[in-house]
Design a protein around this ligand. Structure first.
Ligand code: IFM
Length: 444
C-alpha cells in the first residue's frame, strides 16, 4: 500500500481544557466558575466527582510539558479559565491567575511547543451567571473585554487563538438538556445562548484585529458528528440535514461566513430565535483565520415527528467507544470536506479527535490498541481530506491526559497519557508512544 505522507509543516498536537485538568480551581485568588458550582451540587456528576484536583496540572504543568516534549508534540491546545483572570467575570483583575498562564506559555515556548489558546471552554465566572450568563446580551461585551485583555497580555507570545470551544454544547447541553453547567432546561434560553456566543465571538475577533498581533490568527472550535439519513426517503434526508444544520458547523459558520442562520434550520426554529436577531447578523459576519473542527462519531438519522427537529438516531451496528459513541471515520471525512466545500475557510484545524476506552494498567503499561486503531483510521481520513482540497493545517488529539469528563466525572479516559488519580502518576499509554513515533515519521 502506498504511504500516506502528511505535509512537512503539518502541526500535530494534543488538547486539554482548564477545568478538566488543572485542579486548584480557587487557588491564588481565582473566582468560582459555573463548573465548580455545578460539580459541587449533588446529583450533577457521576460519583460526585469534581474538578477540585483533576490532574493537578496547575501544580504539575512543568512535568506535563516535559511529557509533551518527550512525545514530540509540535503544539498544545489548552484553555484559559476566565475566573482565574477576572474572578467576578469583569472589573477586578487577578494578576496571580494570569501568572499561571504566563508561566505555562513560557515553558511551552522553551520546549518549542506552539501554544494554541482557547479563551472559553465552558468555565464561565459564576458571578456572570448570576447576571444571566450567556442569556444576557451584555455578555458579548464582558467576553470581548476579557478576550482583549488576554490578547494584550499573551499576544506577544501566543499567536493562535480560539474564541469558543463547542458553543453548541454550551448552549444545548448547558441550557436545554441541563446535563452540563449551568444546568438549565430552557429551549428559548438555549437559542439566545447560541446567538450571544456568536455576538461575543465576533466582537472578540474584531478586537483581535484591532490589536494587530504580529502573525496572529483567530478562529472558533465547533462540535460535529456526521449525520447520515437512514434511507433515501425525503423525510429521512430532511431530518439528517436539519440535524446537521443544528448540531454541526453550519449553526455557527453560516452566521459568521454568510450573515444568517442556515436556511432549513431557521424555518424550523424561527420561534426560538431571539426577537430581532436579524439586526445583529451584520456584526456577526466577520472574517476569521481558521475553523476548528472537533469530531468523535457519527449518527444515522431517521425522521421522527416526536423528536425535537423531527429526527432520531437509529442503531447501525458499528463498534462503539466507551462513551457509547459510534466509531465512524467516514463521517470525519464528510465533515472535513463539507466544511471546506460549504464555507471555504482559509485554514482548518482538527482541534479535537480521540476516544475513551476502558484502559487498564498492566505492569506500568497501558496497552490501548483500540485507541491506536481509532486514531489511525481518523488520520487516514484526514489525509484523504487534504488530498481532496481541505486546507487542513493541524490536528490535536483529545486528550493529552485522562481528565474530568464533565457529567461523567473521571469514569471515562480519553488520554494518550494515563493518569492515576490517587497518586497523580502519569503513564504514557501505547497510543502515546505510537503517536510520538507517528509524528516523527509524519506518515501512515
Ligand atoms: O471532553 C470533551 C471536551 O471538553 C469537549 N469536546 C468533547 C470531549 C469529549 O467528550
Amino acid at each position: 500500500m502506498l504511504k500516506k505522507v502528511f505535509p512537512k509543516d503539518f502541526i500535530w498536537g494534543a488538547a486539554t481544557a482548564s477545568y478538566q485538568i488543572e485542579g486548584s480551581p480557587l487557588a491564588d485568588g481565582a473566582g468560582t466558575s459555573i463548573w465548580h458550582r455545578f460539580s459541587h451540587t449533588s446529583g450533577n456528576i457521576l460519583n460526585g466527582d469534581t474538578g477540585d484536583i483533576a490532574d493537578d496540572h496547575y501544580n504539575r504543568y512543568k512535568e506535563d510539558i516535559s511529557i509533551m516534549k518527550h512525545l514530540g508534540l509540535k503544539a498544545y491546545r489548552f484553555s484559559i479559565s476566565w475566573p482565574r483572570i477576572f474572578p467576578y467575570g469583569k472589573g477586578k483583575i487577578n494578576e496571580k491567575g494570569l501568572d499561571f498562564y504566563n508561566r505555562l506559555v513560557d515553558v511551552l515556548l522553551d520546549a518549542e511547543i506552539i501554544p494554541f489558546v482557547t479563551l472559553y471552554h465552558w468555565d464561565l465566572p459564576a458571578a456572570l451567571q448570576d447576571l444571566g450568563g450567556w442569556m444576557n446580551r451584555d455578555i458579548a461585551c464582558w467576553y470581548a473585554d476579557y478576550a482583549d485583555y488576554m490578547f494584550q497580555r499573551l499576544g506577544d507570545r501566543v499567536k493562535n487563538w480560539i474564541t469558543l470551544n463547542e458553543p453548541w454544547v454550551m448552549a444545548f447541553i448547558g441550557h436545554f438538556t441541563g446535563e452540563h453547567a449551568p444546568g438549565m432546561k430552557d429551549i428559548y434560553g438555549a437559542f439566545s445562548v447560541v446567538h450571544n456566543q456568536l455576538r461575543a465571538h465576533s466582537k472578540a475577533v474584531k478586537s483581535f484585529k484591532e490589536e494587530n498581533i504580529k502573525n496572529g490568527k483567530i478562529g472558533i472550535t465547533l462540535s460535529n458528528s456526521s449525520h447520515d439519513p437512514a434511507t433515501d426517503s425525503e423525510e429521512d434526508k430532511r431530518a439528517a440535514q436539519l440535524a446537521h444544520e443544528w448540531t454541526n458547523y453550519p449553526l455557527f459558520l453560516n452566521p459568521i461566513f454568510k450573515g444568517d442562520y442556515p436556511t432549513l434550520l431557521k424555518e424550523k426554529v424561527y420561534e426560538y430565535l431571539p426577537n430581532n436577531y436579524q439586526k445583529d447578523m451584520q456584526d456577526i459576519k466577520e472574517e476569521i483565520d481558521f475553523v476548528g473542527i472537533n469530531y468523535y462519531s457519527g449518527d444515522l438519522i431517521k425522521a421522527d415527528s416526536n423528536s425535537f427537529l423531527g429526527g432520531k438516531n437509529v442503531e447501525r451496528g458499528l463498534p462503539k467507544t466507551e462513551m457509547g459513541w459510534e466509531i465512524y471515520p467516514e463521517g470525519f471525512y464528510k465533515i472535513l470536506k463539507g466544511v471546506q466545500d460549504e464555507y471555504n475557510p482559509k485554514e482548518v484545524y482538527v482541534t479535537e479527535n480521540g476516544a475513551a476506552f476502558n484502559d487498564k494498567v498492566e505492569e506500568e503499561q497501558v496497552h490501548d490498541e483500540s485507541r491506536i486503531e481509532y486514531l489511525k483510521k481518523h488520520f487516514e481520513k484526514a489525509h484523504k481530506a487534504i488530498e481532496d482540497g481541505v486546507k487542513l493545517k493541524g490536528y490535536f488529539v483529545w486528550s493529552l491526559l485522562d481528565n474530568f469528563e464533565w457529567a461523567w466525572g473521571y469514569s471515562k479516559r480519553f488520554g494518550i497519557v494515563y493518569v492515576d488519580y490517587k497518586t497523580q502518576k502519569r503513564i504514557i499509554k501505547d497510543s502515546g508512544k505510537w503517536y510520538s513515533n507517528f509524528i516523527k515519521n509524519n506518515e501512515l
